[in-house]
Design a protein around this ligand. Structure first.
Ligand SMILES: N[C@@H](CCC(=O)N[C@@H](CS)C(=O)NCC(=O)O)C(=O)O
Length: 151
């Protein structure tokens, strides 16, 4: 069974959300990050950066929430058939984990970045139920996880 490594209130919740949507069985391995379990050799063998989330799926190890989301979408046949469609998914997942995350999570950036980023996002979601149209995709998990963050 796929193992998802995370901690209390960590970005593993992003991957967890998508695994639940996909109905994929998984084991959640909760690291005691306060005690530094993510910096111990057992976990560093999975992610040498010492960050969660990470997954182990059979013999395959992967870290970075965005990469894990894209892997799961691909593995479970949730990616669009065209190169352009897949590129759009990658665009939103990368946006969520870079520009949007920096705008939301870095307090000093919020005043400047939130109106710039949330206004077009609102406009898109006023026109359609999901980021890429009428169907829920992994892009909604990536963007929704950041937008839903309570600071
Ligand atoms: N860009 C990475 C960020 C990973 C990250 O910073 N995770 C935090 C928990 S939410 C972490 O492991 N922090 C432990 C540390 O930096 O020591 C991702 O999205 O997976």
């Amino acid at each position: 069974m796929l193992k998802l490594y995370g901690g209390d209130r960590s970005r593993a919740s992003i991957v967890r959300w998508y695994l639940e949507e996909l109905n994929v069985p998984y084991e959640f391995v909760k690291l005691d990050m306060q005690a530094g379990e993510h910096c111990q050799s057992e976990f560093l063998a999975i992610n040498p950066m010492g960050k969660v989330p990470a997954i182990v799926d059979g013999d395959f190890q992967l870290w970075e929430s965005g990469a894990i989301l894209l892997y799961l979408a691909e593995k479970h046949d949730k990616m669009p058939p065209t190169l352009e469609g897949r590129a759009k998914i990658a665009q939103w997942v990368l946006f969520a984990n870079s520009s949007l995350s920096i705008g939301v999570f870095v307090e000093a950036n919020r005043e400047r970045e939130l109106p710039r980023l949330m206004t077009p996002l609102n406009e898109i979601l006023e026109q359609q139920p999901f980021i890429l149209g009428n169907e829920f995709t992994v892009a909604d998990v990536a963007v929704g996880s950041v937008v839903g963050y309570k600071y």
